[in-house]
Design a protein around this ligand. Structure first.
Ligand code: PHE
Length: 454
């Protein structure tokens, strides 16, 4: 336990090194990798998208991840408090993160609910087919329904409440420790199965061979936004998680492992889904249905019994991967309400969840009954995601980068990141240089190009 000198709040800490990596990795690895990444790649030119995505992760991923860990552990405070403690004027950066977390939870919990529903569809054999009409039928029937996805989303939210209710090491850390490794194993099995399908190579080519003429401003903005989303960056989520890290942890190492792990899982998901899309003759631009249609098809080629067992297991693990991410989003406003507004954890968890549930009702209905409600041509479900990934997270990331480079400053930042100089970090100066100059400009350029300036 670490006791803050100035306000005497007892803050908890991660129980072990591996506990933190799994929790931060659990936050990063989620629906973003397995559900969203493959369909965005499918919609945005495959290899072109992958290339921009990888470049963004390589330049921005590690630097910002370390920046967020550094702010969090330096100030040992929630999203808003962390910035405020370093400089009173900058609490708003964390507040952008709090707002972003609501936008994300407003659709993420619904997709978590879809995943829960699919566990039961898998058990009953309803999705044991390779026929795209059967599989898209099952998906559409669920998502455009007025009530079902809302009930599943509600159950999914209750699972989140259950974990975050007990706080970080009892709930979040313990859950991640068991669940993350299991997901890894099943993804590897799926990758092999999918790659062995007849016609899979066309999908592999689509996924890894960039067609440079397809790297448009829209693809760049989508890929960069997805990188932020998938790495849980730009919304002070990793600040919040970093704030529970002990002073002896190696931040630099963690900031390398987590993006690598996350990218590895996203690429694996690409190798599961896109080859199967081509092998079965599905539509690569199929949007949010892609994973839910393709993955059951891959399983059904394993025969009725084995297919049913594996696909049930898969959706259990997908739900779990989603859970380890959504609890990290929920923890952002919760930690803020506890530390800045002095609420009890239980009250903070409940109130936040109620707001999220209401937002979820609207986003779910926007896939059906309320589909006429559009903003900029997007229904609410897509709009929440667009605002978060393509606007709030990159913008937040830009501010975080500037904040560490210019406000926290070189000396403090390097001192914190290297545990007072006891950890070797040869690229420390490069890191600060990137944060100060390169990343803010890069993000600005991505924005301007996304908005059609070039
Ligand atoms: N990274 C998570 C995923 O890929 C989503 C997330 C975004 C979690 C932002 C926390 C904060 O599913």
């Amino acid at each position: 336990m670490y006791t803050l000198k100035d306000n005497n709040i007892q803050r908890s800490q991660w129980g072990s090194k591996i506990g933190f990596i799994l929790a931060a990795g659990g936050s990063a690895v989620g629906l973003g990798n397995i559900w969203k990444f493959p369909y965005l790649a499918g919609e945005n030119g495959g290899g072109a998208f992958l290339l921009v995505y990888l470049v963004t992760v390589a330049i921005i991923g590690f630097t910002l991840m370390l920046a967020e860990f550094t702010i969090g552990r330096y100030s040992q405070s929630d999203a808003v408090g962390a910035f405020k403690k370093i400089d009173k004027r900058f609490g708003f950066i964390g507040f952008i993160g709090v707002i972003a977390s609501f936008f994300i939870m407003g659709f993420y919990m619904i997709v978590g609910g879809w995943s829960l529903a699919y566990i039961f569809k898998a058990i009953t054999g309803a999705i044991n087919s390779t026929d795209s009409i059967v599989l898209s039928g099952a998906f559409n029937e669920l998502v455009i329904n007025d009530i079902q996805p809302i009930i599943w989303g509600g159950i999914y939210i209750i699972l989140n409440i259950g974990i975050v209710w007990s706080g970080i090491n009892k709930g979040i850390e313990k859950a991640s420790k068991i669940l993350m490794p299991a997901l890894f194993v099943i993804m590897i099995i799926l990758t092999f199965k999918s790659l062995s399908l007849e016609g899979a190579m066309e999908g592999v080519r689509f996924f890894i061979k960039p067609n440079f003429s397809e790297i448009t401003p829209k693809v760049i903005l989508n890929a960069a936004g997805q990188a932020f989303f998938s790495l849980s960056l730009g919304m002070a989520c990793m600040v919040t998680y970093g704030s529970y890290l002990s002073k002896s942890e190696n931040l630099v190492k963690n900031a390398i492992i987590v993006p690598l792990l996350d990218t590895f899982v996203a690429i694996m998901a690409g190798f599961v889904i896109l080859p199967a899309v081509f092998a079965f003759g599905f539509e690569a631009g199929g949007g949010p249905s892609l994973a839910f249609v393709t993955i059951p098809a891959v399983f059904s080629t394993m025969g009725a019994n084995i297919g049913t067992i594996f696909s049930t297991l898969f959706f259990v693990l997908l739900t779990i991967a989603a859970l380890t991410s959504s609890i990290s989003m929920l923890e952002i406003p919760v930690a803020y309400l506890i530390e800045q507004r002095k609420w009890t954890r239980k009250k903070a968890v409940l109130l936040t969840s109620i707001i999220v549930f209401v937002m979820c009702i609207f986003s779910s209905l926007s896939n059906g009954k309320l589909s006429y409600l559009t903003i900029g041509g997007k229904n609410l479900f897509d709009f929440y995601g667009y605002v978060a990934s393509n606007i709030l997270l990159p913008f937040g990331g830009m501010l975080i980068s500037i904040f560490v480079g210019w406000i926290l400053g070189k000396k403090n930042a390097i001192n914190e990141a290297t545990n007072g100089g006891t950890i070797k970090f040869r690229l420390a100066k490069v890191w600060i240089f990137l944060l100060k100059y390169i990343i803010p400009v890069l993000i600005l350029l991505i924005f301007l190009s996304g908005l059609g300036f070039f």
